[in-house]
Design a protein around this ligand. Sequence first.
Ligand code: ATP
Length: 272
Amino acid sequence: MHASELDKAILIAPGRARAAQGPRHRGAGLFASKDEAEKSLKEDAKAINDLQDRLWGERQRALLVVLQGIDTSGKDGTVRGVFDKCGPLGVCVTSFGKPSEEELAHDYLWRVHKATPKKGMIGVFNRSHYEDVLVVKVRNLAPAAAVEQRYAQINAFEQHLSENGVTILKFMLHISKEEQRERLQERLDDPAKHWKFNPSDLDDRALWDEFHTAYDAALARCSTAHAPWRVIPADKKWRRNAIIAAVVRGALEAMNPAYPPSDFDPAKITIS
Ligand code: ATP
């Protein structure tokens, strides 16, 4: 499915405050069957790899993919599924957990800016600067007035990146509360998944509504022309991966990276 078709369902139109619940479920009919989604993902993952090679050859621009979503929404799984065909040389994944002492001693964007992809690379953020208007807001980890200023600061930061050659794709992976219950239960039931279970995830689950209200504010206030948000129906992993891969591929195709012209004539070179 072409990225522009998908966007009719998943793109948060810049500048438009959205109704809290409706749009989150709008993409649920995309890729009606698992087979269709898997076929599409396979083709797109391969195309992404080829395009990444050209991006690296050109070395003028970068792509930043921001993944946000509550616990178990599938951020890691998305990285595995979508960038499966790309080697580690072309894709750099950064996970943002609780800030360290040193990070807290700086402004909140300090650690984020340092992790942005250099020219030629695809950078993926597993959580991001948006935590600073999500968990920080919900748990009152910074004064409300400071958090309030961050939406405009984030928009300015992303505009700065985009004007400096970084294409930004932001995905909120949306799962239902019931789906999260099942995924957390699975982690409890399977000893091989116990390491993934963090009792504090239950504390966040208890604040489900508060987190989603904070998400709605971030989506409404930080969906901009240079860095729009897309909400991904993520209850089905195959649908989630297929949609995101199609959007990533579409963005890379629009960037249309080109290998640089060679400054030698290969016909005149003989390798003995
Ligand atoms: P995940 O749930 O993303 O798979 P995890 O449970 O393994 O990750 P970490 O990656 O170590 O845990 O950290 C994620 C946690 O860090 C989340 O609870 C998130 O809310 C929190 N976090 C991220 N950024 C910030 C921030 N700026 N301030 C406070 N907490 C943050």
